[in-house]
Design a protein around this ligand. Structure first.
Ligand code: GLN
Ligand code: ZN
Length: 735
C-alpha cells in the first residue's frame, strides 16, 4: 500500500452553495454567521468525501470564502492603507470587490490556470501582524472529521511575496514574515498536526533561480520548527532549480508529473535518500481518467529512485468539477472516461492498491464511441505552408479593402445582454417558444443594435452577439467534438463560476455558425458589418481539451472549422471579419523558455483560420489586455489587418512599444474602460486620441471601446459611444 495525498478540493459546493450564500450576503439577505455556516458545511462535505475515498494525507486550508491568496494576506495583516479603517468580513470583501471610493485589489490569473486570485499589494509602511484564528479553527474542524489525516495547507512565503506587488524589499519582508509563519507552525504543532504542506508553485516559474536565497532562508527556518514539512510545487517541473530544491531541509517534496518533465530531472540528478517523493500523477487540471499502464509504469520508475513514493493529485482539485457521475445527459461511453474530483480520488485509491481494472475497458469503449474523423485527419494531413499565409501582403491587400473615414470607429462585438435578451434565450432553451419565434426575437435585437450604431454614426458595425451566452460555448455548441456538462462548474474567481466545454473528439463544423445573424444585420444597413468569430486558441484555452492529441492539433482543427465559416461569411458579403483571441496571451507557458514553441503554433492556428480569406476581406482581431510588449513579434506575425486591444486603463507604454517596434498595420487601442459604469467624457476620449497620434501614424488608428459591451446597459452604452463619435469628429476636423 502506498500513501495517497490531496492538495485541495473543489470548494464551491456541489450545488454551488457558496455562490448562492455569497450573493445573498452581498445583497443583505443573509447574515455573516449564515455565510460562515455554509462555508463550514461545504468544507466538511469535501473532507468527508476525501476520507470516504480512503485518502491518507488530506490537504486542508484551500477552502475559502473568496480567494485563498486573499486569506493569507489577511492572516498576515498585509492590508493596503485604503482598507485599514475596515475590519472583518467587510474589509475582506472590500479587498476582493471594492466599495464605493475604495478600489478592490487587482485580480490576476493563478499561474496558467483559468482561476483568478487577488494580487497582494504590499505598501512600504506595512507591518505584518499574525491572526490565524480562522485558519486554526478550520484545521480543528477538519481534525474533527479527519483526525490525523488532516494536513494543513499553507501558502508558502516565497510564493506569497513573489506574487505580490511589493513596495518593500523582498528579503526584509520575508524576515518579518518568517517568525509569524513559525508562530503558525507552533500553533499547529499544539493541535497535534503531523505534517504541513507549504505550497510554493512559484518554484516552477522561469525566474525561480533568483528566489533561491529566499527559499533557502525560509525553509531553513520553517524546517526547524519540529513539524514535518511537505514542500509542494505544481503546474510545471522545477527546471534548473531542481538540484538546490531537493537539497532543502524538508521531509517530503511534492512534484507534478502531469506537466513539464520532473522525471527527466530525477533521472539526471537522482533523488535525495532523506526525502519522500509525493508524485502528482493524477492530473488535477484535466477531466480525463488516467491511463493505468502509463501511470503504473511511471510510479514503478519513481520507486526505483525514492525510498518512499506517495501517490497524489498534481495540484488542488479545485480546477475540475465535483463529479462526473451526475452528468447523466452525457453518453455513457464518454462519461466512462471522465474523471472529475471525486473520480480522481477513486483513482488515487486504485493506484495505491494497483487495482485499476475497468479503466482500460472504459477507454476501449470510448475509442469505439469517438473514433477519429477521417475527413478532419485528411484536411490536416494536406496542409501546406501556403495555407497559413494570405495571398497578398498587407500593403498589397489594404487598397482592396473597405475604405472608411480617418480614425474609423467600431466596437468589439457584443452589445448589452439585457434581461430581455436573456429571457428570450431562456424561453427558447426551455422549449417554450419555437425556433422561428426565437429568431424573430434575436432579429429584433439585431435591428435595434444596428440602428443605434448607424444612427450614432459608427463606421463599421456589428450585430451585437445577442444570440450568444458565451463566446466559446456558442461556437462549441455548433461544432462536432465538444460535450457540455450540466453541473460541471469550476471557480473562475470569487462567486464567478464557469462550465468549460469538453473537447473529446475531432472538431469540425457541419453547418454555418454565424451566417444567419450576419446577414440579418447587414440587411439593415449599407455600412459594413463585421463578421464576429472566436479564435482557435481562445476556444481551446477556455475548454477542457482531450489529451490524446497535442494541443496544437486541436487548435488547427478548430482553425479549419473557422476557415470554412470565414468563406461562408465572405460568400454572403462580409467585408470585414473579426477573429477574437483574448486568451492567446494568457496561454503562455510558465517558463519563458517554452514561449516560442507555444507562440509558434498559437499564431499558426490563427493564421490557418484566416489564411484563405480573400485579400479584399479585412481581418480584425481583438485581445483583452495591453501587456503584450513582450510578445509583439507574435502579434505582428498574426498578420491581422486591424487589431483592437484593451488600453484605457494603461498609460501609453503600449503605444510607445508599438511605435518602437514599428508595428506596421492598423490598431484600435480602447478609448474607454467598459468595466466601469462611468460614461467617458468627450474630453477624456479626445485625450486618448491625442496620445494615439503622438505614437502611431494617423492612418493606423481605429477608435473603439476597450472590449465588448455586453455587461453594460443601453443607457450607459449610447452616451458613451456618442461621446466617442463626438471626439472623433473633433479629431477629424483637425486632420
Ligand atoms: N467579441 C467579444 C465581445 O465583444 C469579445 C469578448 C472578449 O474580448 N472577451 O464580447
Ligand atoms: Zn476583450
Amino acid at each position: 500500500m502506498h500513501i495517497t495525498q490531496t492538495l485541495g478540493f473543489p470548494r464551491i459546493g456541489k450545488n454551488r452553495e457558496m455562490k448562492r450564500a455569497l450573493e445573498a450576503y452581498w445583497k443583505g439577505t443573509l447574515d455573516g454567521d449564515a455565510l460562515l455556516a455554509t462555508f463550514a458545511e461545504v468544507a466538511r462535505e469535501g473532507w468527508r468525501t476525501q476520507a470516504a475515498a480512503g485518502i491518507e494525507k488530506i490537504g486542508v486550508g484551500m477552502e475559502t470564502l473568496y480567494d485563498h491568496v486573499l486569506d493569507w494576506m489577511v492572516r498576515f495583516g498585509l492590508i493596503p492603507a485604503r482598507f485599514r479603517d475596515l475590519s472583518g468580513l467587510e474589509r475582506y470583501f472590500a479587498m476582493a470587490r471594492g466599495v464605493p471610493g475604495i478600489p478592490a485589489l487587482d485580480m490576476t490569473k493563478w499561474f496558467d490556470t483559468n482561476y483568478h486570485y487577488l494580487a497582494p499589494e504590499i505598501e512600504a509602511d506595512v507591518e505584518p501582524q499574525a491572526n490565524f484564528d480562522d485558519f486554526l479553527a478550520l484545521v480543528r474542524a477538519a481534525q474533527a472529521v479527519l483526525g490525523a489525516r488532516a494536513v494543513p495547507v499553507i501558502l508558502g512565503p516565497v510564493t506569497l511575496l513573489r506574487l505580490a506587488r511589493l513596495s518593500v524589499d523582498f528579503g526584509a519582508l520575508l524576515s518579518k514574515l518568517l517568525p509569524l509563519y513559525r508562530q503558525l507552525l507552533d500553533a499547529l504543532n499544539a493541535l497535534g498536526v503531523t505534517e504541513v504542506q507549504f505550497h510554493e508553485p512559484a518554484l516552477v516559474l522561469g525566474d525561480a533561480a533568483e528566489l533561491r536565497p529566499h527559499v533557502e532562508t525560509a525553509y531553513a527556518a520553517l524546517g526547524a520548527a519540529g513539524l514535518p514539512v511537505n514542500l509542494v510545487t505544481y503546474f510545471d517541473d522545477v527546471g534548473e532549480s531542481y538540484p538546490w530544491i531537493v537539497a532543502l531541509p524538508v521531509d517530503v517534496l511534492s512534484l507534478d508529473f502531469t506537466r513539464g518533465d520532473n522525471l527527466a530531472l530525477i533521472r539526471s540528478h537522482g533523488w535525495p535518500q532523506d526525502k519522500a517523493l509525493s508524485a502528482g500523477v493524477v492530473d488535477a487540471r484535466s477531466v480525463w481518467r488516467i491511463r493505468p499502464a502509463a501511470v503504473m509504469a511511471l510510479l514503478e520508475t519513481l520507486r526505483g529512485y525514492a525510498p518512499q513514493v506517495r501517490i497524489g493529485a498534481s495540484s488542488s482539485l479545485q480546477f475540475v468539477p465535483y463529479t462526473a457521475s451526475r452528468e447523466e445527459a452525457l453518453p455513457a461511453a464518454l462519461r466512462g472516461v471522465l474523471a472529475f474530483a471525486e473520480e480522481k480520488l477513486a483513482e488515487l485509491a486504485m493506484l495505491a492498491t494497483g487495482e485499476t481494472a475497468g479503466i482500460d475497458a472504459a477507454w476501449a469503449e470510448f475509442r469505439a464511441f469517438a473514433p477519429p474523423d477521417p475527413a478532419v485527419q485528411a484536411r490536416l494531413d494536406a496542409l501546406q505552408p501556403a495555407d497559413f499565409t494570405r495571398a497578398l501582403t498587407y500593403t498589397e491587400r489594404r487598397p482592396l479593402q473597405v475604405q472608411l473615414p480617418p480614425f474609423p470607429t467600431t466596437t468589439i462585438g457584443s452589445f448589452p445582454q439585457t434581461p430581455e435578451v436573456r429571457h428570450l434565450r431562456a424561453r427558447f432553451n426551455k422549449g417554450e417558444i419555437t425556433q422561428a419565434a426565437y429568431e424573430a426575437g434575436i432579429d429584433a435585437f439585431i435591428g435595434y443594435t444596428v440602428g443605434v450604431q448607424d444612427g450614432l454614426g459608427l463606421d463599421m458595425l456589428v450585430h451585437g452577439e445577442s444570440e450568444r451566452t458565451d463566446m466559446v460555448e456558442y461556437f462549441a455548441q455548433k461544432m462536432t467534438g465538444f460535450a457540455f456538462t450540466q453541473y460541471g462548474w469550476v471557480q473562475s474567481f470569487g462567486s464567478r463560476y464557469v462550465r468549460p466545454p469538453i473537447i473529446y473528439a475531432d472538431v469540425s463544423r457541419p453547418d454555418p455558425m454565424t451566417v444567419r445573424e450576419f446577414r440579418v444585420a447587414q440587411s439593415y444597413t449599407r455600412k459594413p458589418v463585421k463578421g464576429m468569430l472566436t479564435g482557435p486558441v481562445t476556444i481551446l484555452n477556455w475548454s477542457y481539451p482531450r489529451t490524446d492529441v497535442p494541443r496544437h492539433v486541436i487548435a488547427y482543427q478548430i482553425a479549419l472549422a473557422l476557415r470554412d465559416e470565414i468563406a461562408d461569411l465572405e460568400a454572403v458579403g462580409a467585408r470585414a471579419i473579426q477573429v477574437d483571441e483574448p486568451a492567446l496571451r494568457e496561454g503562455l507557458p510558465l517558463k519563458p523558455a517554452r514561449w516560442d514553441t507555444y507562440l509558434t503554433w498559437a499564431v499558426d492556428a490563427f493564421r490557418l483560420a484566416v489564411g484563405r480569406a480573400a485579400p479584399e476581406t479585412q481581418i480584425h482581431t481583438h485581445m483583452c489586455y495591453s501587456e503584450f510588449q513582450d510578445i509583439l513579434s507574435a502579434i505582428d506575425r498574426l498578420d491581422a489587418d486591424v487589431i483592437s486591444i484593451e488600453n484605457a486603463r494603461s498609460g501609453d507604454e503600449m503605444l510607445r512599444a508599438l511605435a518602437e517596434y514599428g508595428y506596421p498595420r492598423e490598431i484600435g487601442p480602447g478609448v474607454y474602460d467598459i468595466h466601469s459604469p462611468v460614461v467617458p467624457t468627450v474630453a477624456f476620449i479626445a485625450g486618448k486620441l491625442a496620445s494615439f497620434v503622438q505614437h502611431l501614424k494617423p492612418e493606423q488608428i481605429w477608435v473603439n471601446p476597450d472590449c465588448g459591451l455586453k455587461t453594460r446597459a443601453w443607457d450607459e452604452v449610447i452616451p458613451a459611444l456618442r461621446n466617442m463619435l463626438d471626439a472623433v469628429r473633433e479629431a477629424r476636423g483637425k486632420e
